[in-house]
Design a protein around this ligand. Sequence first.
Ligand SMILES: NC(=O)c1ccc[n+]([C@@H]2O[C@H](COP(=O)([O-])OP(=O)(O)OC[C@H]3O[C@@H](n4cnc5c(N)ncnc54)[C@H](O)[C@@H]3O)[C@@H](O)[C@H]2O)c1
Length: 407
Amino acid sequence: MNGECSSAAGISALGIAVIGVGNIGSAHADCLARGKINGARLAALCDIDPDKERALRALYPDVPFFDDAGKLFDSGLCDAVIVSAPHREHVPLGIAALERGLHLLTEKPAGVSVSDVRRLNEKAASSGRVFGIMFNQRTSPLFRRARDIFRAGTLGELTRVNWIITNWYRTQQYYDSGTWRATWRGEGGGVLLNQAPHNLDILQWICGMPVRLRASCYEGKFHHIEVEDEATLFFEYENGATGVFITSTGEYPGTNRLEISGTKGKMVLEEGHIRLFTHAPRAGASNGADIPDIVCETIETGGETGGHAAVLQNFTDAVRTGSPLIAPGEDGIYELSLSNAAFLSSWTGEWVLLPIDAEHTALFDSMLAERAASSKKYNAGPAAERGVAPGDRGEAAGYKDKWQVNW
Ligand SMILES: NC(=O)c1ccc[n+]([C@@H]2O[C@H](COP(=O)([O-])OP(=O)(O)OC[C@H]3O[C@@H](n4cnc5c(N)ncnc54)[C@H](O)[C@@H]3O)[C@@H](O)[C@H]2O)c1
């Protein structure tokens, strides 16, 4: 391995570099630098923004800094990378890192297009390296318990799922905080690609993937942006169960309510707990005309959401000990398939079958490319050159809190 050092226990610590040290990358760097991850250390930092370079060199004088990922890879100073640059960089940087023999933890979404992410997954499969994705909400005790309940068959067979997740409120200032944001060219989508990936992943992680989907995405409904800030998805599962997923960054206050119904009961996740309703067992034989009695319980899952640090710890453990990943990188394709299908359905007015076939991924790619070609706002230059003041870059106090889902 490259760049190893020895921990107190004499076991080499994993050298992790952070590529893209913005809002979330700086949190990952901070977590590593403060020694919060057992068996890992902050090996290097990489960002293309000269302002970031100045700030990071001052903050971490002992940590090597690179203004280009290629130079970082050539340095041999790390064993693994976290890719926390904007979405469109995830696939090219991820593939390049794997090709250099590095373990990879990528931020969500895995990429912008399913066809690109298929290439990333293929590369990861043949690389022999650990590949994880930052689906930090999979560490939530609430979602973990809900998944256990569903998978244990407590609700019977799935009949319906509804998730209203409209408490991803974002201000215009947030959207103006980086010129890659909320543009077809820079970001490749809006709420479905930036905020809702967490929920789309949890949805498929609990209930599995639907087989077809249609959607309406509303672009610039609440903000001066060209991508969608509201979307409603309707989908069907193989057994005929149906689902509705509603998300928005424009409602305040928003709602976060996940309801899953099955042939033996239902559960409702809202305000941080689960209300579980199950059909009561019958003393005698049913005559077929009775409405079942219901047993209702409220489940407080408690406990801290491990969040980003828990995924980073799990990734480190997976590299060092071979323990299983909470969120294997290959899983990133599922929620991205849902959002790609939603865009395509909204643009064409048609149902989209899942998994998306090659014809439809190609159609999605070409329709997205058309939109990207006419993107109005995007300017890839460093923030200072774009006239973005430091305080406007989403670095304002309190921003980090908004990464969490608030119940
Ligand atoms: N898991 C989560 O909870 C979570 C939270 C926030 C952001 N994210 C994801 O992290 C990514 C970054 O989001 P952000 O809000 O931190 O964005 P940001 O704009 O604050 O930071 C991105 C950084 O990447 C740098 N960058 C751009 N291209 C680069 C390249 N080729 N090489 C190196 N650096 C490069 C930019 O200069 C910037 O400093 C997004 O994909 C986003 O979806 C995930």
